[in-house]
Ligand binder design. Structure first.
Ligand SMILES: *Cc1c(COP(=O)(O)O)cnc(C)c1O
Length: 388
């Protein structure tokens, strides 16, 4: 008998989630109705933040965040190499340039010391970035207090890529409260903590930034008389006052998001429980388990183990052959052909490159059963034994 395939991550959709979507499908609004604002209000309240702007993806939200912060030609945005390409591509959409700050070798998030050294050099060269994008890898918050202190001393704005970390907290407060940033972005892709199928959202404490992001997601069009350059011609009138896109979230997605928000705390509690069980079950095996910063309480989007680089490919292959859907987050962005074409080279960001040579994301999602988790650990132990 073939054993079932265990993916590294997957959504959890209840009958109530389905009911919410179907009810909306039968309603008057498939887009631009009440569900998306309701979802935004729930996320804003959860995160303890004034404004939430939902979009059709986190990629769109990162783009619109950059627009709201006036990123453009001649500007720089820095992020980390070990992230999804979207954290960097948002700068290129705006005609700006990208550079990277290496990760801390223990937490795998942006290294404050590396950031400080690079900012000092950039300041001397007259090439300070306008925006940095720290990424809360696996759901663990970056050391935001240290990062913000350094960035603010150079006048650099911060967009947190929290695609992995809705439901996480940091210094006892929810990720997304923007205490240390201008804007925070979440993703609701099905592998993330909650899902809207596709979807993303930006939070901010700044009303002007929130308004710019609302315009950015919907063509730069306003119907507010006080934002117009002249009195309205009539009740039909609207004005385009900036260049925006159609990045709106649909009502079906909003309804799913509202329903998923009621389950967020349960999802995160189960992920934390599974992560603690992995910590126990993997004790004694020749691998490195994830390390948590004392300020961080992760949402555990991913559980990444590190194995000896020389056995990495063999262990990965053995697990895939055993129908364990291991994955690798992430191929360092500067090693992608598109980025190499801009002049980036292997060797520039050694901590990210060493991580890439050793990291394996093992299955972790709210619906993972204890029995399946034990099978993952058994197959991992077999694979490690076979290479020993
Ligand atoms: C998933 C992800 C994104 C992109 O999210 P989408 O909603 O798929 O656009 C961006 N950054 C990180 C770190 C991600 O994991």
């Amino acid at each position: 008998m073939t054993e079932n395939f265990i993916p590294y991550g997957r959504q959890d959709i209840s009958d109530e989630d389905i009911e919410a979507v179907v009810t909306t499908l039968r309603s008057d609004f498939l887009t631009q109705g009440p569900q998306v604002p309701a979802f935004e209000a729930l996320v804003a309240q959860y995160c303890g933040v004034a404004h939430a702007v939902a979009m059709n993806s986190a990629t769109s939200a990162l783009h619109v965040a950059c627009i709201a912060l006036d990123l453009g030609a001649g500007d720089w945005l820095w992020t980390v190499p070990n992230t999804f390409v979207a954290s960097a591509n948002c700068a290129l959409y705006c005609g700006a340039q990208v550079d990277f700050v290496d990760i801390d070798p223990v937490t795998y998030t942006m290294c404050p010391a590396a950031l400080e050294a690079k900012l000092k050099q950039a300041d001397a060269d007259g090439k300070l970035p306008k925006i940095i994008v720290p990424v809360h890898l696996c759901g663990q918050s970056c050391d935001m207090e240290a990062i913000a202190q350094i960035a603010r001393s150079f006048g650099v704005k911060i967009v947190e890529d929290a695609s992995h970390s809705i439901g996480a907290d940091h210094q006892g407060r929810p990720v997304g409260d923007c205490r240390y940033s201008e804007i925070t972005v979440f993703s609701f892709h099905p592998v993330k903590i909650i899902t809207t199928a596709e979807g993303g959202l930006a939070t901010t404490q700044d009303a002007a930034l929130a308004r710019k992001m609302e315009l950015g997601r919907s063509h730069g069009i306003t119907r507010e008389a006080d934002e117009m350059t002249q009195a309205p011609d009539g009740p039909w009138y609207y004005q385009q006052i900036s260049l925006g896109y159609n990045y709106r979230m649909t009502e079906l997605q909003g309804a799913l998001g509202v329903s998923q928000m009621t389950r967020l705390d349960d999802f995160v509690a189960r992920r934390r429980q599974l992560a603690a069980q992995y910590d126990d079950l993997l004790t004694g095996l020749p691998l490195q388990c994830p390390v948590q910063h004392p300020d961080a309480n992760s949402s555990w989007h991913l559980y990444v183990v590190r194995v000896a680089a020389k056995h990495h490919a063999a262990i990965f292959a053995a697990l895939r052959a055993a129908r364990i859907g291991v994955n690798l987050h992430y191929i360092p962005v500067h090693m992608q052909p598109y980025y190499r074409g801009m002049g980036f080279e292997f060797g520039q960001f050694p901590n990210s490159e060493a991580y890439y040579a050793e990291a394996i994301s093992i299955p972790l999602y709210a619906g993972l059963t204890d029995a399946d988790q034990i099978r993952v650990v058994a197959e991992l132990a077999n694979a490690l034994a076979a290479t020993a």
